[in-house]
Design a protein around this ligand. Sequence first.
Ligand code: HSE
Length: 300
Amino acid sequence: SEIRVFAPATVANVACGYDVLGFAIDSPGDEIVVRHCDKPGLHITQITGDGGKLPKNPTQNCAGVAALDLLKHLGMTDRGIEMEIHKKMPFGSGLGSSSASSVAGAFAVNKLIGEPLTKKQLLPFAMAGEASADGAWHADNVAPCLFGGIVFIRSNDELDFAQIPAPKNLWAAVVHPDIEVLTKVARGILPKEIPLENATQQIGNLGGLLCGLIQEDYGLISRSIHDVIAEPRRQKLIPDFYKAKRAAISAGALGFSISGAGPSVFALCEGEEIAHKVADAISKVFHAIPIENQAYVSRI
Ligand code: HSE
């Protein structure tokens, strides 16, 4: 028997929730196929969509690391398992590419061996895969990828999180300008200390965004989507960022910021029609640079 799973792209931070808030989108997403085989151990037999960049050695591949970590925990490392990885999104895109592979790796193997663990119990193993790829420990891509929807993480260390309901008509427009921003670099340019005033603003906005989502208050959501900590520094890595932001807001977006560490950007919108208009407006700006890009519209 064969198990095929899909793990979606995610938007981390959502402006004011650096490392503590993220949501999943419908597409793109990575696919992983696993099946039993006679040769003991985990074997990555095929990787597509990675331009030949990803290692097939499972200890060096985030999907492999997540799966191996899980098998080790269960004392099943000598099970014979074959894994195929089909990447549907680029690395360094800000779409949670390594998280999607890590989640898919752990989820697929768990399913293949008869689902000994619950989704919630899989989180630390998917996190181990993600951490092997970007060297940091934050669940704002992995958790929404695994659970879907919007997830708020109270503590990354304790993996204490809560799923947040999304208003019925909340949509995201996500655009990926075809430049690469390494998460390590984008984290490295952030300040170690921030002024108290900025901390207060950010906390106010994060609280406002969570209340707005829960109360379906689009006005409150809109007033809260601001990032005074990471965005002012990271926008420098994304040519025409503010031009794209103005275009998104003019086209009717509730708010606009960087997706994860970038270079992808996202806008939250009320309604599908506006989300498409906003995605087009953002795309136009990035085409003008000119760089190739891809746009995704998804209900949250
Ligand atoms: N919260 C992370 C960051 C997401 O902004 O660096 C990137 O993976």
